[in-house]
Ligand binder design. Structure first.
Ligand code: GDP
Ligand code: GDP
Ligand code: MG
Length: 291
């Protein structure tokens, strides 16, 4: 897949020739433009310099190789493994959270297919109950993914009640994984974080929660992170999902976001179709960026 942000990196290294000062400037500009952020950019440049300065006749191929090693090393500090191992008698529970429009429901649909394809029985819960359209959207994805769904029994039902029923049904019917969709914005007076806390409390009466995945839109880069601050502070986030990498010039956000939050990126969305979701594999990611 050709990411728009990867092109800028690949341009840095076209044609094998000795590296000069302008290459270093271009590298810095490219990192900043890709939204690595100033601190990570400085540290990456410094780490690349440390190896490059000890390399005789440094050419653009050397620079590409050294940059790749430095980037992989930074990513290796975070474990991208999803925890979907449930205690016996329980389904694994995954809660999907984030602000409006970042791609929660779409991710949920793709993710349901991703794990169903690997032989797990999946049930999704439509706990974004404010708009009937949100429930219909999830139902369409569930159908495409071939997984079961629990919907509100009446319009605008309490989201926590839907989450509860989803986990209850999955426990009774022996599903392996339950994934709960949530609202990114509320129309009611209660705060979004209060509602999420209630959803979590109610789920935990039935089963432990394995993952709280915060979905972030890569096209908004670090601005999007500010919008998601309340989730990071209060929602007990265990993993990040980066969506819309296909249309983003800010792929460096993957690096910045992990280091700013201390939370690993676990899934990456790169398109609107059902198969456009992958696990996050640092080696593959860096190769896609630089090769
Ligand atoms: P939600 O409000 O967080 O549930 O967001 P939705 O799942 O409804 O998605 C909002 C929009 O983003 C929709 O138009 C999706 O098709 C689009 N979208 C979601 N993920 C991706 C992605 O990885 N790439 C692209 N290009 N679009 C995406
Ligand atoms: P605003 O007052 O300009 O922010 O707009 P509204 O509150 O009227 O809502 C704008 C859009 O967001 C509409 O499509 C609403 O249906 C949708 N919306 C509002 N509140 C919620 C909510 O709690 N959950 C979801 N999923 N959508 C909402
Ligand atoms: Mg949604």
């Amino acid at each position: 897949m050709a990411w728009s942000f990867a092109k800028a990196f690949q341009n840095l290294f076209t044609g094998s020739r000795l590296v000069d000062e302008s290459d270093w400037e271009n590298l810095e500009d490219t990192l900043l433009q890709a939204d690595f952020g100033p601190r990570v950019t400085d540290e990456v440049i410094e780490a690349v310099h440390a190896v490059a300065d000890a390399t005789a006749n440094l050419d653009t191929e050397d620079l590409r190789r050294i940059l790749g090693e430095v980037l992989e090393e930074r990513l290796a500090a975070f474990d991208p493994t999803l925890s979907l191992q449930a205690e016996s008698g329980f389904p694994a529970v995954v809660l999907v959270v984030g602000v409006n429009g970042v791609g929660k429901t779409t991710t949920l649909g793709k993710f349901a297919k991703f794990i169903a394809t690997r032989g797990k029985r999946v049930l999704v819960g439509a706990a974004d109950t404010f708009r009937a359209a949100a429930v219909d959207q999830l139902a369409t994805w569930a159908e495409r993914a071939g997984v079961d769904i629990v919907k509100p029994q009446v319009d605008g039902q309490d989201p926590a009640a839907v989450a509860f029923q989803a986990v209850e049904r999955a426990t009774a019917e022996g599903h392996d994984v339950v994934i709960i969709d949530t609202a990114g914005r509320l129309h009611t007076k209660s705060g979004l974080m209060d509602e999420l806390a209630k959803i979590k409390r109610v789920i935990e009466k039935k089963a432990p929660i394995n993952e709280v995945l915060l979905v972030l839109d890569a096209t908004t880069g670090q601005n999007g992170l500010n919008q998601a601050e309340a989730f990071l502070e209060q929602a007990g986030v265990t993993g990040l999902v980066l969506t819309k990498l296909d249309g983003s010039a800010r792929g460096g956000f993957v690096f910045a976001v992990q280091e700013l939050t201390g939370i690993p990126v676990k899934l990456v969305g790169q398109g609107e179709s059902i198969d456009d979701l992958t696990g996050f594999t640092p080696h593959v990611f860096v190769r896609q960026l630089l090769d």
